[in-house]
Design a protein around this ligand. Sequence first.
Ligand SMILES: Cc1cc2nc3c(=O)[nH]c(=O)nc-3n(C[C@H](O)[C@H](O)[C@H](O)COP(=O)(O)O)c2cc1C
Length: 361
Amino acid sequence: MKNSKLLTAFNSKPLKLSNRVVMAPMTRCRAVGNTPNDIMVTYYALRAETGLIITEGVSPSKNGLGYPNIPAIYSDEQTAGWRKVSDAVHAKGGKIFLQIMHTGRIAHVLNLPKGGEVVGPSPIPAAGEIFTIEGMKAKAIPREMTKQDIEKTQNEYLRAAQNAIKAGFDGIEIHAANGYLPNQFLDKGSNRRNDEYGGSIENRCRFVLELTQKIVNAIGNEKTAIRISPLGQFNDMTVYEDINKTYNYLVEQLNSMDIAYLHLARMSNAISEEFLEGLASKFKGIVIFNGGYGYDLASAEKILSKNNRYLVSIAMPFVSNPDFIERIKLDAELNEVDESTLYTLGEEGYITYPILENSLI
Ligand SMILES: Cc1cc2nc3c(=O)[nH]c(=O)nc-3n(C[C@H](O)[C@H](O)[C@H](O)COP(=O)(O)O)c2cc1C
């Protein structure tokens, strides 16, 4: 792609990246025993030419492991496993943030390790079924979190963030998008609490803002980032009457923390570009646009041309094209994704996609 802004270096405090392409977080369910392994090291290292990699969602606790074979970062063994991933990416000149994901009510007890429990802001199950080792099952009814649970969970995130820094990551991204625990607190459908964590906009945003502030205090604002999905309905999130105001308030409050970036997840092209761009213009720091902006490289270029502090994240094409950056440079054809191996165990469909001949990776 000639004269592509996507491929130019990015330097806006606190991120210095070799290009403006971000690999969006993608759960791939390869972490047997919830611990990173060698094929995960290979998978991420193969993609190190990307400006910034954001890892798949990584759980801060047993309760956050709602899907089978997703990774965690609460134990020393898990932290040591992640060290190998960040070292391999850094050895090739890449940058990598770890996404902290707590699944909350998007879970089934069959998927949780011993001692894990399905929790959420209110005892309201999400609609639909979830994949388990015994096939598809209805999503669990979560136990309503007490205030003690809330504090404990926030502290688990905080420790996970500290572990990620110990494991050599350039920073962490709080997954407050796509219907997982922090998003469950923001949403009026999943949060029916009557205490200071439910009801008003300020109350529904409290869990996320307290959490972000605690992590900023522990590892620093320049290493703390957040992903939100304004107006998204994935995982049974709802569109309620003051949803725009909720996200405007959240972004205003995040501004005062001066975090590394704001990542706007977009799982559907139906979500208003105008609203997302309005939120981005309110945010004072770096903004990563996702979904629809990246699939079609022309729209990625268009959004990048609007502001020098914008980046674009791309998910699916990275599944089947480890050398995606090389392919953009050369206008090369892309490998198609085999959806049947997105979440299966082992190497097939994970580190077996072909790279271009003469590729440098
Ligand atoms: C296989 C797969 C796994 C995903 N896992 C995560 C995840 O762990 N965390 C997250 O924030 N988003 C996750 N997403 C959403 C993507 O990051 C992205 O927002 C979405 O795919 C839209 O981007 P795209 O149009 O470039 O594919 C996942 C998407 C896919 C396809």
